[in-house]
Design a protein. Structure first.
Lengths: 482, 431, 260
């Protein structure tokens, strides 16, 4: 016999573990955005003229746009003038040179989050570019990377040191006017990460950034640009947690990936921002634009994401497959519990000949959450021999949640093959019963089944992330069986 | 998207034809108000999500006014297989007694729309919802619903045939089927149109199935190359009612079937299948909405699209499982074959699930022939062309076999076959 | 067909090296098969047994990196799959595909006539053909209803295998490659399938049995047994080798090969 919904409600009580606020003075702009704010941000960053112009163009375009509402999401209107668009931790004039210079409180924060920067980073061979409210404060493993010729630095540093690369690539995959959120980001982004892997270089370590949202009412507008030159390889990890807050916070990042001939980019995300409480109070609004272009022949871009956090997720990591024989992949686990709403998926745009894409999406809904997969596979007339395979499975836990699947398949080439499969079901009572009869607790049984459900995505994650992701899933779903 | 900014839109041009339509002054006033309301929002466009893949722009240049001259389409009727049961003929949306069977089986009555009935009380003064626009157009230009009533427990042993003939100009048929408790009907519907010249059909079909009723509905669309046909079907199913729809869309210029099936009570079943054949520059679209509102419902959908030449096809299917509709079982399958470099097919198999104890699945494929099958045939010594022709035929056959083994299938099959590549080779195999 | 004599080389594989999606499956495989012979190829899972069958039949998604395969003096690898079939090479699939809508009989008739045309025989008409098929169906203990069904459509695993052998007995190939034909068969079906294969044995034909288990070889006694592992033939022997493999597993062969 399986348990009653009542038991499960009790089990759901798990509180957000990463909820706390670090008390650091912030150098914060007053709320609101206009051209002056854009100028101030650009000046504070010491940006060259071309970037300010670029921002202003984006801002003017943004003013002509309206917020999109096609997604299966419901939330109160966002007042974009009540958000502060710049916030930097106060620190010594030139910022910390090494970990020793970093505010100890900040390091403590990372400890609580289970990100012991100096220890685990080294052990795992991971270089961490930690973003604390919009400004990068610590970067490790720089030397080893620079030996290989890899550039991995805060975006603001790249603005100063590599303006030519920026000017050449910034906005070429996600144009400043691409969508409402991307336009806003282009106007007011404060920092982020920049990666350049030179020709033929295999990046010697996993690159990683931990995003944090900290100061109250602070929007986060990260900008990430990764360029993999011919024949290079890079694996980039992005992980997020955020403190507990009552006000909804907006996050509108832009990530652009560019893979040239034979280059390979793997971008993995574990997103664990504050989802709001059981009643839907608080939580992050996550409106992200992530897109990669396989510009070169036989290049490959692979997105893997585990999305357990945020009150609202609006996110479609996509691949534009321009180069002949290029490959795009999207592996996703999206969990929505309580009042969370997730509308996520991908777009695979096949332009080049013999391009291939794979989409594996696993959506889990519990509580009163709504989880939507929205995807587009588009085969253009030029994409002879293109192939796509999509698998999209939903697991429902409880009878008040929703799982929605909206796949768009548009084929304009008779030599292409596109396959789409989707299933929706709940955790089988017989499976649960079997496992519990063998002595597993209900929770363990659920975890086991859910992990099995997500296995094909988890195996795409780098090892240390895979373990983290499983733990995260267990916490997110604790007791949500109906 | 009007043709010229100063030209009145196709809808506005209809104003002149309203006074000639049946009904008194109250009807005319109602039609005028409805037309004004519709003109203010326009016909659906690809910007409306449900019409993403169907573009009605070509209607701007068409005369949509209801056809007045009733040319007797006897030759067109003769081309159809001999009916096995009573046949009802509607010409340009109007029942034609002369061409129709005089006697209906016991338990079946036809109640034609009566002009004496007052017009609908409400006019959607503004903001007619996208899904109601074609219905509104039908209502304001049509003559009201002709009701076909199948009495409680009625089980006509034969197939009832309805032939809708369009002769040119606009046709606005509205047929409402009322099936009483346990009633059962096999309905075979043909849609034919002029082989030359423009025609426009905005058709509405309603079917209400009471508890335990059964409707096996087959639609064969054989209209001419200049016919635009929009068929809006709404089916509501009570407890244990069973609806089956088989669609074969072979003709037309732009054809679209909108099927909304609502499973209102426990145990209802809906089985939808269709073959969309979009060769030449034809467009064949189907949109389905299967709405599970009660527990223990079953639905499945099996659609096959073939597009060649500059043809376009789309399958836009949505299954909704409402809260509380536990033990729902639903399947969607859309397979599509592109035969030409300029052909296009779009599919969107959507699921909206709000109950957890359900089994829902969908699958969609678009592309060329299955290479495992092709390889298997090649290893048996068949040449590539024959193997391909056979597999194309098999693909189409997957739906056609649902029509059974009778004359209808033969008629449809030979029409479909003639338009497949390597038709002669296939015939040799199938004969 | 008739000009092939007992002992003529039917198939000669030299140094065949094949990769699938960048992974090398066969590496330097040698094998010679003569008319009148039955060869059994055994080996652990993943050894490349099925790859070998598929490559010989002409599957497109395998990349030939090196080596040759000569069939009746011709470069086999240069021929498209249908030409191989018409020259008398038959592959019995491990997992025969279902082709709904394509009738069994139509396929078989087309296949037989393609083969007959190749060797200069007249095509058979429907009556002759049905007589041939009915005869073979009796041998394979298959039901009449089979004639009406789509290719492998809704067949059980065992029925599919019978259907493969039925096709083989009708087509009378010079070289039959049977990929795991015994898997999924119960003992009665195994006997029927074996009878079908044995009925085809002749001095002018050769059979290659790809199998995981020895039990098939109790019914179709091979002249040669080969162990395929790591992409090549590690050891060859007679019937006795198969029995030894059943007793001792494959590890000792691998060790022996490593030691050498």
């Amino acid at each position: 016999m399986s348990s009653t919904p009542q038991d499960l409600e009790d089990l759901v009580g798990q509180k957000y573990q990463h909820g706390f606020v670090t008390d650091i003075d912030s150098d914060t702009l007053p709320p609101g955005v206009d051209e002056d704010v854009v100028r101030v941000i650009s000046r504070k960053k010491g940006e060259p003229a071309f970037l300010l112009d670029w921002r202003l163009k984006a801002f003017r375009h943004w003013q002509t746009m309206t917020e999109p509402h096609w997604a299966q999401l419901h939330y109160k209107p966002i007042d974009y003038q009540s958000i502060s668009y710049y916030s930097a931790p106060k620190s010594k004039k030139d910022g910390p040179k090494s970990l020793a210079d970093v505010d100890p409180k900040l390091l403590e924060t990372y400890d609580k989050l289970g990100v012991p920067l100096h220890e685990r980073a080294r052990l795992a061979g991971v270089a961490v570019d930690a973003v604390f409210d919009s400004v990068s404060v610590a970067t490790t493993f720089k030397e080893r990377l620079s030996e290989a010729g890899v550039i991995f630095c805060p975006f603001s540093e790249a603005v100063k040191n590599h303006p030519a690369l920026l000017e050449q690539y910034l906005g070429t995959v996600v144009p400043p006017g691409d969508n409402f959120y991307a336009a806003l980001n282009s106007a007011v982004f404060t920092d982020g990460s920049f990666v350049y892997i030179p020709k033929g270089v295999r990046c010697p370590m996993e690159l990683s950034t931990y995003f944090r949202i900290n100061a109250a009412n602070t929007g986060q507008f990260e900008r990430t640009l990764i360029i993999a030159d011919e024949g290079s390889h890079v694996s980039y990890l992005e992980g997020c947690t955020a403190p507990m807050r009552d006000e909804n916070q907006l996050h509108a990042a832009v990530v652009e990936l560019i893979a040239l001939d034979d280059a390979n980019i793997k971008y993995s995300t574990v997103q664990n921002w504050y989802p709001g409480d059981e009643n839907g109070v608080g939580g992050i609004y996550n409106f992200v634009t992530k897109r990669g272009e396989c510009r070169g022949r036989n290049s490959r871009i692979s997105w893997t994401q585990v999305e357990t956090g945020s009150a609202i997720t609006w996110k479609y990591p996509s691949c534009v497959l321009s180069g002949e024989g290029s490959v795009g992949e999207f592996y996703s686990v999206a969990v929505a519990n309580h009042m969370q709403q997730a509308d996520t998926g991908t777009k695979m745009i096949h332009i080049g000949r013999n391009t291939r894409s794979t989409i594996v999406s696993k959506g889990i809904s519990a509580g009163r959450a709504q989880n939507t997969y929205r995807g587009l596979v588009k085969i253009l007339p030029s994409a002879d021999g293109a192939r796509n395979y999509t698998q999209c499975d939903s697991l429902l836990m409880g009878d008040r949640c929703g799982a929605h699947t909206f796949p768009y398949v548009e084929v304009r080439n008779p030599g292409a093959t596109v396959e789409h499969e989707a299933t929706t079901s709940r955790i089988g009572e017989d499976q649960l019963f079997y496992l519990m009869q063998r002595g597993l607790s209900q929770e363990d049984a659920v975890n086991l089944i859910v992990n099995g459900f997500c296995k094909s995505v988890f195996k795409e994650l780098p090892m240390e992330f895979a373990v983290e992701a499983q733990n995260l899933l267990a916490v997110s779903l604790e007791g949500s069986v109906g | 998207m009007s043709a010229r900014p100063d030209a009145p839109s196709a809808l506005a041009r209809l104003e002149a034809s309203l006074p000639g339509l049946p009904g008194g002054a109250d009807w005319l006033a109602w039609r005028r108000a409805a037309l004004a309301a519709l003109a203010s929002v326009g016909l659906p466009t690809p910007r409306d999500d449900a019409w993403k893949y169907t573009n009605l722009r070509l209607l701007e240049r068409r005369d949509l006014a209801p056809a007045t001259a009733q040319l007797l389409p006897t030759s067109a009727l003769e081309a159809l297989p001999t009916p096995t049961g009573p046949r009802l003929v509607f010409v340009d949306g109007r029942f034609h007694a002369g061409l129709s069977a005089s006697a209906l089986p016991e338990g079946v009555t036809l109640a034609l729309a009566a002009p004496a009935i007052p017009p609908p009380a409400t006019t959607a003064a503004a903001g007619i919802a996208v899904e109601d626009r074609i219905r509104t157009l039908n209502a304001l230009l049509g003559r009201g619903a002709d009701h076909l009533v199948i009495a409680r427990g009625g089980t006509p042993g034969h197939t009832l045939e309805i032939v809708h003939v369009a002769t040119g100009g606009g046709a606005y048929p509205h047929v409402a089927l009322d099936l009483g408790n346990g009633a059962s009907l096999d309905l075979l519907e043909y849609q034919i149109g002029p082989q030359q010249g423009d025609a426009f059909v905005a058709k509405v079909t309603d079917a209400t199935l009471a508890a335990g009723a059964r409707l096996a509905h087959t639609t064969i669309q054989l209209t001419g190359d200049r016919t635009v046909l929009l068929d809006d079907l709404r089916i509501t199913l009570s407890a244990d009612a069973h609806y089956q729809h088989r669609l074969v869309a072979l003709g037309g210029q732009v054809t679209r079937f909108d099927l909304t099936v609502t499973l209102l009570a426990p145990g209802a079943e809906a089985h939808l299948a269709g073959l969309l054949f979009a060769d030449g520059s034809r467009e064949q679209h189907v949109r389905t909405l299967v709405d599970h509102r009660a527990p223990h419902g079953t639905s499945d959908q099996l659609y096959r699209g073939v597009a060649g030449g500059r043809g376009r096809g789309s399958y836009d299917g949505k299954v909704v499982v409402r809260e509380g509709a536990a033990k729902t079982s639903s399947r969607q399958s859309s397979r599509n074959l592109l035969l030409g470099a300029d052909a296009a097919i779009d599919t969107r198999p959507q699921l909206e699930i709000n109950a957890d104890d359900v089994k829902c699945a969908h699958g969609a494929t678009t592309g060329t022939l299955d290479e495992h099958m092709l390889f298997y045939l090649l290893t048996r010594g068949l040449d590539r062309e024959t193997a391909r022709a056979l597999l194309t035929y098999a693909f189409v056959e997957d739906v056609l076999k649902l029509l059974g083994d009778g004359p209808v299938r033969q008629a449809v099959e030979s029409r479909a076959l003639a338009r497949l590549p390597a038709a002669a080779t296939i015939r040799e195999f199938v004969a | 067909m008739s000009n092939i004599q007992h002992g003529d080389v039917v198939l000669d594989i030299r140094g065949l090296t094949v990769s699938v999606k960048g992974r090398k499956i066969l590496s330097g495989l040698d094998l010679t098969v003569r008319a009148g012979e039955v060869h059994a190829i055994m080996g652990p899972n993943g050894a490349g047994k099925s790859t070998l069958s598929q490559v010989l039949a002409g599957r497109a998604d395998y990349e030939i990196l090196a080596g040759t395969a000569t069939y009746l003096g011709e470069d086999l690898l240069a021929l498209p799959p249908e030409e191989r079939a018409r020259r008398g090479l038959f592959l019995g699939f491990q997992y025969p595909v279902e082709i709904p809508g394509v009738n069994n009989v139509y396929l078989l008739k087309a296949a037989l006539n393609a083969r007959r045309k190749q060797i200069g025989l007249e095509e058979v008409d429907a009556f002759e053909f049905l007589a041939i098929v009915r005869d073979k169906m009796k041998l394979m203990q298959m039901d009449e209803s089979f004639l009406k069904r789509g290719v492998n459509e809704g067949f059980s695993g065992g029925e599919k295998k019978r259907n493969e052998i039925l096709q083989m007995t009708v087509l009378e190939p010079t070289l039959a490659i049977l990929d795991e034909t015994d898997s999924g068969l119960d003992i009665d079906a195994l006997k029927v399938v074996s009878n079908g294969v044995n009925s085809l044995r002749s001095p002018a034909r050769a059979v290659v049995l790809v199998t995981h288990y020895q039990r098939l070889l109790d019914h179709i006694v091979p002249d040669f047994v080969h162990v395929l592992a790591g992409g090549r033939i590690l050891k060859s022997g007679d019937r006795g080798l198969a029995l030894e493999l059943e007793r001792r597993g494959y590890d000792w062969v691998l060790e022996e090969a490593n030691a050498a």
